[in-house]
Design a protein around this ligand. Structure first.
Ligand code: PHB
Length: 385
């Protein structure tokens, strides 16, 4: 018997045979939704969803279905949490996370299961260094990048000695190592590296030590809730006016409302700033504030937004067919991302090659001062791709 297909039924059949145009792409967010980095996770998710919404709720014609796990910034729960998304939910794309130690576990789980991973924050140098992998990308930075940029600025400003202070885990160690590398190349000397365990905030004994060492400057990596407390304690200890506090920009990003007076005038380096005043950034900020009026459009929101842009570039190259993993990944790696921060490309290791800005806190803004280092590429030491 001859069967006639209606126009819609025919379209459906064609669409399915052309690569499951109606099957949603499953995106799994593994992010901190509790603890010191909770606000960072929220901003990343907001940014990601904003971009998808701007595309009419679809990427490359595909619906996006979201799955979520709160990783609590706890590395020991990393493998289990990653596998909730990979094995239980069967996600096509992983987006995570904030904490470098958790990201190491997530990257391993992504490699073991050949899942595409876009990291919207965690800067662990190793992930785009010795452990680099064709399925792993970052929309953010390597920990080395902002640290290196601040070391260049500090040496240029004529500081001769510095103390570094951070949490004692990959991000703190690598950020302060990046600072030391360029600061000492420029003639400075890091005289002491102080640490405390993540996410502790008992800074007092360390501040007393800084006061007794009297370096020309202090360079720090802290972020989220811990950064709020550190900046407040540094000012309360009476150090702010005598020993300039420098930082990777996370020190004052998304935190200024809570830090208030204690943060005024602080200089930091980061791949985003307030007052870039480009049409692209102005549009992003307007849309973000409209959708999330209670939160500032900070670096984390931008990284989430750009993670979605990277996925979009990959999906477009395969007409939304996530099963074409190699093609999709090649397209992501060669994409030019029109980011609110300014356009960036990815290194062979999958890390953004991007301008690093010097910013200065004025009121509730990390005001753009100048480009500290142009198109800074992480050295990707040990990456064999
Ligand atoms: C990290 O653990 O890599 C990390 C966490 C928070 C930041 C930046 C880096 O703001």
């Amino acid at each position: 018997m001859k069967k006639t297909l209606t126009r819609t039924a025919l379209a459906t059949v064609l669409a399915f045979s052309a690569g499951s145009a109606f099957a949603a792409v499953k995106v799994g967010f593994m992010l901190p939704y509790s603890g010191t980095y909770a606000k960072l996770g929220e901003a990343i998710e907001n940014g990601f969803k904003l971009y998808v919404q701007e595309q009419g709720g679809k990427l490359a014609g595909q619906e996006i279905e979201y799955y979520k796990v709160d990783d609590e910034s706890n590395p020991s729960k990393g493998p289990e949490n990653a596998n909730r998304l990979i094995k239980r939910d069967g996600v096509d794309i992983l987006v995570g996370t904030v904490h470098s130690g958790v990201a190491m576990a997530l990257a391993k789980a992504a490699n073991d299961s050949d899942t595409t991973l876009i990291i919207p924050n965690a800067g662990a140098d190793a992930i785009t260094g010795p452990l680099c992998s064709k399925n792993v990308f970052r929309s953010s930075f390597s920990n080395w990048q902002p640290g290196y940029a601040m070391g260049v600025v500090a040496a240029d400003e004529g500081f001769k000695t510095a103390v570094t202070i951070s949490w004692n885990y990959a991000a703190g160690k690598e950020s302060t190592d990046g600072f030391k590398e360029s600061f000492e190349k420029g003639g400075g000397k890091v005289v002491k590296h102080l640490t405390l365990p993540f996410p502790n905030v008992e800074f007092q004994p360390l501040l007393t030590e800084i006061a007794s060492i009297k370096p020309d400057a202090v360079y720090t990596f802290f972020a989220g809730g811990g950064a709020v407390k550190f900046v407040q304690d540094y000012a309360a200890a009476g150090l702010k006016d005598s020993i300039p506090l420098l930082g990777a920009g996370f020190l004052t990003d998304g935190t200024l409302e809570a830090q208030g007076e204690s943060a005024q005038g602080l200089q930091t380096t980061l791949h985003y700033a307030d007052g870039l005043d480009t049409p692209r950034d102005n549009q992003f900020r307007e849309d973000y504030i409209k959708n999330f009026p209670q939160l500032p459009p900070d670096v984390y929101a931008v990284q989430g937004y750009d993670a979605a842009q990277m996925l979009d570039a990959g999906l477009k190259a395969v007409n939304g067919d996530v099963s074409k993993k190699d093609e999709m990944r090649t397209a992501i790696r060669s994409a030019k991302i029109d980011s609110p921060r300014g356009e960036f490309t990815l290194s062979k290791a999958g890390n953004p090659v991007q301008d690093m800005y010097l910013r200065k806190v004025e009121g509730d803004k990390n005001q753009f001062v100048k480009i500290a280092v142009e198109k800074l590429a992480d050295p990707a030491r040990g990456c064999k791709l």
